[in-house]
Design a protein around this ligand. Structure first.
Ligand SMILES: [Zn+2]
Ligand SMILES: [Zn+2]
Length: 449
């Protein structure tokens, strides 16, 4: 392990680059005063219901739309407005990220509580010390390319504060898309030691391309609502919707999707960065071909170029001494979308988290007579014992771990995964999937509460 310039602790500081729901942002007025929390969305449900109820009652009574869809759309777009970007990709409102420009040791008790709720960082801090773990929060709907520059500054700050000349990075979920572009631009800086992806959306998520192309199974809306709102509220909403004609239900789900696409997805560089490279080309040309999107398209194309060639990215990283690892889930169907052949952790495709592993559909096995592809490794057996994953087709065949039936949130309670991630950032005991029988390439997800 490379040693530090002056700290002398023998460890390397770690920067966590978290997922979509794991940063806080606030909306400011012209004078810079905080108006409200903009992310996680702080929707006044009482007010929302009050606005919708009169037209909803009319619609339910007469079993005809009678203007409810129009009302629904305006109410939703208003509620989602704090996340909205302009057509050039800039934020519509004045948004500030709540950031932590210091280590966990310097965080207040409240900040620690928030971060711990998001990521069990103590699992890493226990190993390398509170003062060697940092949490890089960012605006998950903003300009990805600006976030990359902010991460660059953040890493410089961590080096400065700790006296180390290298850091480890743990990208979680959406954080993976930031880190791919970051490595493309800044791997040559030589200040990254290891990248340890956790359910990392290196190549985005089909959930987002399915939403954008409306590839949603509307006949199965019950599952959609239960997934979105939980069993209680989702069940109540489903029961209510059963009282109105299915045609209307489909209309309203379409309105919800349109509001989300128009307000949150369409102009956001970060959201375009989370579309899998394979679907990006077609969708970006369909939605961003107008003159008003020219600037945005140029930037999102740059990020796509990186996602479309992981072997090149891994090579670039290795050429600069960066070791890359990935820990991902498989065998779960994607979140209520129509791409039910995609194995995932429910939110991120396993193919994305593993940079290209070939996977059977959830619950299925590789085709009859399937032969290991050996794309990136022919020296080992990289087929999972359940014959569902071929890791040799991924860009990191020897350093990707798979957890069967682990959902996206499950990574936070998966003891084996967290211990492994800790070992990877704190020492050289584990260098690949063959280093220890305790950490084989393929695992069953065991939840430890
Ligand atoms: Zn140190
Ligand atoms: Zn191998």
């Amino acid at each position: 392990m490379s040693t530090s310039k002056s700290c002398g602790c023998g460890f390397i500081p770690t920067v966590i680059v978290p997922g979509i729901g794991q940063s806080k942002t606030v909306q400011l007025d012209e004078k810079g005063n905080v108006i409200k929390t903009s992310w996680p969305l702080d929707i006044d449900m009482k007010l929302l219901k009050k606005k919708l109820i009169p037209s909803a009652v009319r619609m339910l009574l007469f079993r005809h739309d009678l203007g409810f869809s129009k009302k629904l759309k305006s109410v939703l777009c208003e509620a989602l407005d704090p996340l909205k970007c302009n057509s050039d990709g800039s934020q519509k409102n004045n948004i500030k990220v709540v950031s932590y420009n210091y280590s966990m040791a310097e965080c207040s008790a409240e900040e620690k509580r928030f971060i711990r709720k998001m990521v069990p960082f103590e699992r890493f801090a226990d190993l390398v010390g509170d003062d060697h773990v940092f949490y890089f929060s960012f605006n998950p709907f903003g300009r990805a390319y600006e976030t990359i520059e902010l991460l660059h500054d953040y890493i410089a700050m961590v080096k400065e504060k700790t006296g180390h000349d290298k850091v480890n990075i743990i990208p979680i979920s959406l954080g993976g898309t930031i880190v791919t572009s970051y490595l493309d631009k800044y791997a040559s800086d030589g200040d990254i030691h290891r990248v340890v992806g956790i359910v990392s959306a290196f190549d985005g998520s089909t959930v987002f391309s399915d939403i954008l192309s409306k590839n949603i199974d509307l006949d199965n809306y019950e599952e959609l609502f239960v997934n979105l709102l939980g069993k209680g509220d989702g069940g109540k909403l489903t029961a209510m919707l059963k009282k109105i004609p299915k045609k209307l239900v489909k209309l309203y789900i379409n309105i919800i999707l349109d509001s989300f696409i128009e307000t949150v997805l369409l102009n956001s560089p970060m959201m375009w960065g989370i579309l899998p490279a394979e679907q990006y080309q077609e969708l970006s040309r369909r939605f961003l071909s107008g003159k008003q999107h020219e600037k945005l398209l140029k930037r999102t194309d740059e990020a796509w170029r990186v996602r479309s060639d992981f072997p090149a990215l891994v090579k670039k990283a290795r050429d600069h001494g960066i070791e890359m690892f990935s820990l991902c889930g498989y065998n779960i169907r994607l979140f209520a979308v129509a791409s039910d052949h995609v194995t995932s952790d429910m939110i991120v495709d396993t193919k994305s988290a593993s940079m290209g592993a070939f996977c059977a559909p959830p619950g299925g096995t590789l085709p009859d007579g399937y032969v290991q592809q050996n794309t990136f490794c022919s020296a080992h057996d990289h087929i999972s014992p359940d014959n569902a994953v071929d890791a040799s087709a991924g860009a990191l065949p020897d350093t990707t771990w798979f957890y069967k039936n682990m959902d996206h949130e499950g990574c936070a309670v998966c003891d084996n995964l967290l211990t492994l991630a800790g070992l990877l950032i704190s020492g050289d005991e584990i260098t690949d999937v063959f280093s220890s029988p305790d950490y084989p390439q393929f695992n069953d997800f065991v939840c430890k509460s």
